[in-house]
Design a protein around this ligand. Structure first.
Ligand SMILES: [Zn+2]
Ligand SMILES: [Zn+2]
Length: 379
């Protein structure tokens, strides 16, 4: 194909969308093969259509403006411009917390009406359950994912070794066929996907035996991923490039790991805070004490002041969950103190407590049921 797309349509490079459209209409009418019987009319008509096809889409127009034809043709060598077909080697973990759904679940990426040329692989989803502590402290985790990888036998071309894909004869490699349809309202150029090559623009005559001509293979891959400290149920990790392989040299999709976290018998989690309860005796509450409290870092000594009231919440600062993406900052441990009232006391204890009640001038029942039995059996 020859000529600048703007020149073909006869508009300046600064033309607006409307100007492009009306120029296209004018030119298309003039060179329509049904109207114009000049020898080169059909060729011109094709050029006009191609030029407008590219310039009418903001995305392809931008690429054409920057790179010229090379930016919008998909036949050339190492994949079109705008993709990075290089295997990135390794991967980056990026975490993001999402609320609610909104993920397509491997539904594929929008590729527009044309499917030829390099196509990005699908994104994949993996659900992963973590132990309570794994989520709090993070760490490495081995996962296994079934995904598509580029076939190593044919390097993704789908063609048998020694052979190569041929340009489709039906559509001359464009992946589309055009037909002029006559209606009472005039003639229209109807564009549809080429039935011979399914829009690929290329035909594989001898298929690669390893992948059956697909260019990709389903593989179960073992992968080590890094779980950052502080993740929670609902956190989504993106492992870039570990989704399905792209086709025709297109980049791979990403793998999204959706996390859910198991509960713990001792600790509850509320955001970055850890919640737990601790029971002390009524004597410890009245007299005060120093006591070991289990935290996610291990036992931590806590001073209970004399006269502590039931259900008091003590804050152990920085003993909570590390904040996601912030290695220094942590939440707190909120400790609710429960006070045990004994259901049984022995006679010596009872004596002392009765004496205490006398001092305080409080009325108490003299001997409980238990005391009665004790007096029977111990006399
Ligand atoms: Zn293959
Ligand atoms: Zn074709």
């Amino acid at each position: 194909m020859a000529g600048d797309y703007y020149e073909i349509l006869g508009v300046p490079r600064t033309a607006t969308k409307e100007e492009l459209k009306s120029a296209y209409r004018k030119m298309a009418r003039k060179y329509h093969p049904d109207v114009n019987k000049d020898n080169d009319a059909e060729e011109r008509f094709k050029e006009i259509n191609r030029a407008y096809e590219v310039l009418s889409e903001p995305e392809t127009k931008a690429r054409y403006d920057r790179f010229g034809e090379a930016g919008v043709s998909s036949g050339g060598g190492s994949g079109g411009v705008g993709f990075d077909p290089n295997d990135m080697g390794g991967f980056a973990d990026i975490f993001e917390t999402f609320f609610g759904g909104g993920f397509g679940g491997g539904g594929g990426t929008a590729t527009g009406p044309r499917r030829r040329g390099p196509t990005r692989g699908d994104d994949l989803r993996l659900d992963l359950t973590l132990e309570f502590r794994e989520a709090v402290f993070g760490g490495e985790k081995e996962i296994k994912i079934p995904h598509l990888e580029t076939c190593s036998t044919c390097n993704g071309s789908g063609a048998k070794k020694g052979s190569s894909a041929k340009t489709c004869g039906t559509c001359n490699g464009t992946g589309q066929v055009r037909r002029a349809t006559r209606t009472p309202f005039g003639s229209f150029a109807q564009v549809s996907t080429c039935p011979t090559c399914n829009g690929e623009g290329q035909i594989i005559e001898e298929k690669c035996e390893s992948c059956g001509g697909q260019g990709t293979k389903q593989v179960n891959k073992k992968l080590k991923i890094t779980i950052p400290a502080g993740v929670d149920t609902g956190t989504r990790l993106r492992v870039s490039g570990e989704g399905d392989a792209g086709s025709r040299g297109g980049p791979s999709g990403d793998l999204y790991v959706y996390l859910s976290v198991k509960t713990d018998p001792h600790f509850k989690r509320e955001g970055n805070n850890i919640l737990s309860e601790l029971s002390i005796s009524y004597l410890q509450a009245i007299l005060g004490c120093r006591i070991d409290v289990p935290t996610i870092d291990g036992d931590h000594k806590v001073t209970i002041a004399a006269g502590l009231q039931p259900n008091t919440v003590l804050t152990l600062e920085d003993k909570g969950v590390p904040k996601l993406g912030n290695s220094v900052s942590r939440g707190d441990h909120l400790l609710t103190i429960k006070i045990d009232i004994p259901t049984k006391i022995n006679s010596e204890e009872r004596e002392l407590l009765e004496k205490l009640a006398q001092i305080k001038g409080e009325h108490t029942s003299k001997r409980g049921f238990e005391g009665f039995f004790e007096s029977i059996f111990h006399k």
